[in-house]
Design a protein around this ligand. Sequence first.
Ligand code: PMV
Length: 328
Amino acid sequence: NTNINRTQKARAHTNIALIKYWGKADEQLIIPEDNSLSLTLKDFYTDTEVRFDKDLTADEIVFNNHLMNKAESQKMINFLNIVRQKAQQNIFAHVKTQNNIPTAAGLASSASGFAALAAASSKAIGLDLSRKDLSRLARRGSGSATRSIFGGFVEWEKGNNDQTSFAKPIEENVDWDVNLVAVITNRHEKKISSRRGMKISKATSPYYQAFKQVTSRDLITMKKAISNHDFDLMGHTAEENAMKMHALTFSSDPSFTYFNGDTLKAMQLVHELRNEGINCYFTIDAGPNVKVLVQHDNLKKVIRKFKTAFGQSNVVATVPGPGIEYLN
Ligand code: PMV
């Protein structure tokens, strides 16, 4: 292949799940138990460049200007192995990846990371994948990455095998009033990976089947809210669904939680704001940081409240963002 020495660069934005994915039907292929739905975010993204090089004897991965050792890069190497296998090529790669998250850390995401790696590496090795096939490929790195191929509101249709499990855009250009305020309460890596957390919940929470049932209902409500541009129904449904997911962590054996004290404080502030007549709603993924959905008229008040409580640098506002972009 004549193009194989070229550097390919891609940008993928992270996403926040409004209807949560929590549990795998197939751990190897990352097929989820249920459909999920997310919003891609403009200001949190990963840029990744990849060049395959037949002189290399191993993959060389630089993450935020730090050369990763083998243990640190194992998940990315496993992913590159899948790409090599698809392309029937046996060459190693230089990978340079940069997380562009305004406040350094705390929102780092495997979603944008594996979506960007899927796009850049598949192109660099000479595969010309459709967005559907990119979504399927990104899924092999991390479930949430399946959705980051597309912009705006995105649904991951669970399917039942590698061919049929991929994401689809619901509304790529969000042309109505949706803002998100990220509240960072902790910048460290989470102790329980989502991979492990969902496995424990599926195996032990007595509420797991109930979660599946309500999630399929919440998904229908969420899609209706999006198509009607009904902000309050969207926010309310997202907040309820997030709490149901986190209830699975509390009810697992051993039980665990991603919340810290400041997570609870942020949730309480959202309740206070609503009591003051300011419509905003929170959602939380597998970590302690809180994302608040709010409309433009209330944005300033919400930002002020959270900055006062958590400090200037721990509150970042953003809007819906685009899907995968190639940068060269
Ligand atoms: O795919 P992972 O390992 O990033 O897990 C995602 C789990 C949640 O963020 C909690 C829910 C979701 O749908 O993104």
